[in-house]
Design a binder for this molecule. Structure first.
Ligand code: PLP
Length: 424
């Protein structure tokens, strides 16, 4: 698999290099040079998740990684199901929260850990990543205990749910966590700065594990096929998929699935009040506001990192951005949506509720709607219990960590301080 840097197309790398490096020159994102067309979609859909994913990722990544190895990576990463649940007459939920950290980021995180362990060279590796909540947990758990890999995770202090924090800041070992006194965008900016520091990068073998790493995105392609596999051929004919979006990695993966040939009529990018993309699609003007904290905090991103990849896919496929649906909900509307879903008999959480609501407002006659449920309701226990006036028992995976002490360090959004910390 060959990839190029979107900012500097002459910079070209293999899959292994892209996984090791994360980002290209000038913080440019790597993008596959070619995405094959799969012609046996119906046959693929008839296969079980792991076997199908081995074929999809085999086609995407090519012979760079021996088939046996790639197959083993996928088997180790995809150890949990992604069921589709019926929510309303023509609306279905794809539940992506049945992994070890109860969020969809387990798919990408676990596959990336496998990929990096496979393509790594000798010497130290430091994973540095910024999280708005769930990436941190997925990355920490996917890499926990791996030899010769250090993990440093930055997150905005006080801006992620206490449970989210407990899930990844209680591990210790090769996992260090840092609460930054700023918002997620500032954390992300620190990570980018670190990658621009060539000396630092070489010294500690810097690698990013957030959704800018191409291996994460490729893994996520597989669950769009898994969703389609659980629908009937008729439902697949006019399928509309609503994606709760923050950094836009999830939507990018969906668009890659469509490029591969998965029949998806159109996508809807659903956001909270951090609505840079919905406003851009309506006005043509890219004008991010300051990030605001919302109930759906994993989507509190006003400068989505993966957006250049979305535009690249549209351009390369000759699609028009006007075909991309979008919608944004504020917190009051999110609460209303969550209640409406609950009244339908489906318990969700704020991110999935937004995707559901925007979808149900925009779905047309004859279409089947699918929305992505990106986190387990219990990960947002405080909000969900208050809004729905119910009690939510903690799943065992969360309860275990909830009882442990936090091990995080604290820091201002100051690159000099972070640099010293990383070199320590
Ligand atoms: C990360 C996350 C999102 C946003 O996904 P992107 O790929 O960054 O757009 C949505 N919901 C939850 C629960 C998340 O953790």
């Amino acid at each position: 698999m060959n990839l190029y840097n979107i900012k500097h197309p002459t910079e070209q790398v293999s899959f292994a290099q892209a996984v090791r490096q994360g980002l290209g020159k000038d913080q440019g994102l790597f993008f596959p040079e070619t995405i094959p067309q799969l012609h046996n979609i119906d046959e693929l859909l008839a296969l079980p998740l792991v076997e199908r994913s081995q074929k999809i990722l085999g086609a995407l990544i090519g012979d760079e990684i021996p088939t046996d190895k790639l197959n083993a990576m996928i088997e180790n990463a995809f150890t949990f199901p992604a069921p589709v649940a019926k929510v309303a007459d023509n609306i279905y939920a794809l539940e992506l929260f049945h992994g070890p950290t109860l969020a969809f980021k387990d798919f990408g995180g676990r596959f990336m850990a496998q990929a990096l362990a496979t393509v790594r060279k000798d010497g130290k590796i430091t994973i540095l990543t910024a999280t708005s909540g769930d990436t941190g947990a997925a990355v920490a758990h996917a890499f926990y205990g791996l030899e010769n890999i250090e993990v440093v995770i930055l997150y905005p202090k006080g801006k992620i749910s206490p449970l989210q924090e407990k899930l990844f800041c209680t591990l210790g070992g090769n996992i260090r966590t840092v609460a930054i006194n700023a918002d997620f965008d500032a954390c992300q900016a620190l990570v980018k700065q670190a990658f621009d520091d060539e000396t630092l990068r070489q010294t500690i073998g810097l690698n990013s594990a957030n959704s800018i790493n191409i291996s994460r995105l490729l893994a996520q392609v597989c669950y769009y096929f898994e969703a389609a596999a659980q629908l009937t051929a008729e439902q697949r004919q006019n399928l509309v998929v609503s994606v709760p979006s923050g950094n836009f990695g999830n939507l990018t993966a969906g668009l890659i699935a469509k490029t591969l040939g998965l029949p998806i009529k159109r996508f809807i990018a659903s956001t909270n009040a951090n609505d840079t993309v919905p406003r851009y699609l309506q006005t043509g003007e890219w004008s991010p506001n300051a990030t605001v904290a919302t109930l759906s905090n994993a989507m509190d991103v006003s400068r989505p990192n993966n957006w250049p990849r979305v535009e690249e896919l549209f351009k390369r496929n000759g699609w028009n951005l006007s075909e991309l649906g979008s919608g944004a909900l504020n917190d009051a509307q999110t609460e209303t949506a969550l209640k409406a879903q609950y009244a339908q008999g489906y318990l969700c959480e704020p991110h999935g509720a937004i995707a559901y609501q925007v979808l149900s407002e925009q779905l047309q006659a004859g279409e089947t709607g699918l929305f992505l449920c990106t986190a387990h309701p219990a990960k947002f226990k405080e909000s969900v219990e208050r809004i729905l006036d119910i009690e939510l028992p903690l799943p065992e995976a969360l309860d275990k960590h909830n009882k442990l002490p936090l091990l995080s360090d604290e820091m201002d959004a100051d690159f000099v301080a972070l640099r010293a910390y990383l070199l320590k």
